[in-house]
Design a protein around this ligand. Structure first.
Ligand code: ZN
Length: 417
C-alpha cells in the first residue's frame, strides 16, 4: 500500500495514493474502525466512478457494506446544509461513513459525520478543490456559504487513474484553486508585514516552497492533487483557511452571494488574475507616489454611508456591516498605518514581487489547462467583476491586498477600470 506521509498531529492520519488504491480500503477500515460496517455516500455519477470498486474491494474482506446513500446525478448537487442534516438523520449507528465523490459530497459527509461524532473516509473522484483534507465544510445555510467547523477525514484513498479521468473542467478548477495559493501567499506576506497574521514558517514551507513545482506541471494530476491535499493539511494545522485563501477567495465569495453560477475553481481563477493585476499595478508605485495619491481619511459616518451603498443589494448577510466597521481605522490610527506602509514599502514590494507570477504568466498557465482568465470567460459582466473588489474588502476580518488598497486611500476603480 502506497501511503503518502501526512504531517504528524493532524486529524487526517492516512493518505493512500496509488492506482486501484481502493483495494486497500479493507485494511484501512480494519485499522481505524475495527468491527464496523461501511456506509458509502455518493451521487449517481460518482458512484459509477468509484462506488462499485469499493463494493468489490469489500466483498471478501469480512467487512459489511450497508446499502449506500446515493444522491441523484442531476440536477447538480449543491452543498446545502440540509443535505448534511438528512445524511446525519439516516446515518446508521456506529458505521464508517465513506464519501465517494468530489468537493460537494465530501463537504456534506464531513459535516454529517461531525453531527454524529463520527470520523469518515473520503475517496475523491476529481482533483477539483482543496477541501478534501481541510478542517471545516463549506456549506450553504439560508442562502449563505458558511464554513462549518468540523473534522477533516481520518483517511483518504486517492486513485490517480480515477483523478486523471475526471472531467477537464473539474481538473482545471482544482488547478485554479491551487494557483490561488500564490496571490493568497502575497496577502499573507502583507498581513505578516503589518504584524496582523504572522506567517507560520512550517506551514509556509509545506505549501509555498513546493507550490511552483506543483503548478508548473499541470498535466501531472497527482502533483496538483498532492498540492491540494497539502493545503488542506495547512488549514488543519492553522485551524484557519489563511494558508489557502486570500483576496481572490473573497471576490469569489461575493460572486457566490450574488448568485453567480460557476464552479468554485473557475471563480477563483478569474479572481486570481484580477488580484494579480491589482498587485502589479500597485507595485508600480513607490512610497512617495502612494503618499501623493492617497485620499484623506474618511470619518466613521462617511464610511458607514459608503458601506451601506456597497451592500445595497442586501445579499451579503447580516454580519457584514459590523465586520466592515470593526476593521475600519479612523484618523490617527489610519495615518499611522499608512506611515508604517510607506516606511516599509520597498521591502514589502520586493517580498510581494518575489511571491507572485506576472499576470501574463498566470494567464498562460490557466490557458494551458483551459481555466478561465477574464470575467467574460465565465459569462460575467464587467460591472459585476469590478464592483466586487470594494465589496470583498468588507466581508471578512482577514487582511488582504484589498485592505491594503483601501487603507492607502486608493480608489478600487483605479485598479479595475
Ligand atoms: Zn478554494
Amino acid at each position: 500500500m502506497n501511503t503518502v506521509p501526512v504531517p504528524a498531529g493532524l486529524e487526517t492520519e492516512c493518505f493512500v495514493m496509488e492506482p486501484q488504491g481502493i483495494r486497500h480500503a479493507p485494511e484501512i477500515f480494519h485499522r481505524f474502525w475495527p468491527g464496523r460496517s461501511v456506509w458509502p455516500v455518493a451521487d449517481e455519477n460518482t458512484w459509477c466512478v468509484a462506488g462499485e470498486e469499493l463494493t468489490n474491494a469489500l466483498r471478501d474482506s469480512g467487512i459489511v457494506q450497508l446499502p449506500p446513500f446515493i444522491f441523484p446525478g442531476s440536477p447538480v448537487l449543491h452543498a446545502q446544509i440540509d443535505h448534511s442534516y438528512t445524511l446525519a438523520a439516516v446515518m446508521p449507528e456506529n458505521c464508517i461513513p465513506v464519501a465517494v465523490g468530489s468537493g460537494t459530497i465530501n463537504d456534506l459527509v464531513k459535516y454529517a459525520a461531525a453531527l454524529k461524532n463520527a470520523r469518515y473516509l473520503v475517496i475523491p473522484t476529481a482533483p477539483s478543490v482543496d477541501g478534501y483534507t481541510a478542517f471545516g465544510a463549506a456549506l450553504t445555510m439560508d442562502g449563505f456559504k458558511k464554513t462549518m467547523p468540523c473534522s477533516a477525514p481520518l483517511a483518504i484513498i486517492a486513485d490517480p487513474v480515477v483523478l486523471e479521468t475526471a472531467p477537464l473542467e473539474m481538473k482545471a478548477a482544482g488547478y485554479a484553486d491551487l494557483m490561488a495559493k500564490i496571490p493568497a501567499g502575497a496577502d499573507w506576506i502583507v498581513a505578516d508585514f503589518l504584524g496582523l497574521a504572522p506567517i507560520r514558517n512550517d506551514v509556509w514551507a509545506m505549501i509555498q516552497h513546493p507550490l511552483r513545482s506543483w503548478l508548473e506541471t499541470p498535466s501531472v494530476t497527482t502533483r496538483v492533487f498532492m498540492g491540494l491535499a497539502a493545503t488542506g493539511y495547512a488549514m488543519q494545522m492553522c485551524r484557519d483557511s489563511r494558508p489557502a485563501s486570500g483576496a481572490e477567495h473573497l471576490l469569489s465569495h461575493i460572486w457566490e452571494m450574488e448568485g453567480f453560477e460557476a464552479s468554485h475553481g473557475f471563480k477563483v481563477a478569474v479572481a486570481s488574475v484580477g488580484i494579480t493585476m491589482l498587485y502589479e499595478k500597485l507595485l508600480e508605485f513607490d512610497a512617495n507616489a502612494l503618499r501623493r495619491m492617497s485620499r484623506p481619511p474618511q470619518t466613521r459616518n462617511e464610511r458607514e454611508t459608503e458601506i451601506h451603498r456597497l451592500l445595497s443589494r442586501n445579499c451579503y448577510g447580516s454580519s457584514v456591516l459590523q465586520v466592515a466597521l470593526d476593521k475600519f481605522l479612523e484618523d490617527k490610527a489610519l495615518l499611522e498605518r499608512r506611515e508604517i506602509l510607506y516606511a516599509g514599502w520597498d521591502t514589502l514590494r520586493t517580498r510581494i514581487a518575489g511571491q507572485l507570477y506576472s499576470s501574463m504568466e498566470l494567464k498562460e498557465m490557466f490557458d494551458s489547462v483551459n481555466a478561465p482568465v477574464t470575467p467574460a470567460d465565465i459569462g460575467m459582466s464587467r460591472d459585476q467583476y469590478s464592483g466586487a473588489f470594494a465589496r470583498a474588502q468588507l466581508i471578512r476580518n482577514r487582511y488582504t491586498v484589498l485592505d491594503l488598497v483601501f487603507e492607502l486611500g486608493l480608489p478600487f476603480d483605479f485598479f479595475t477600470g
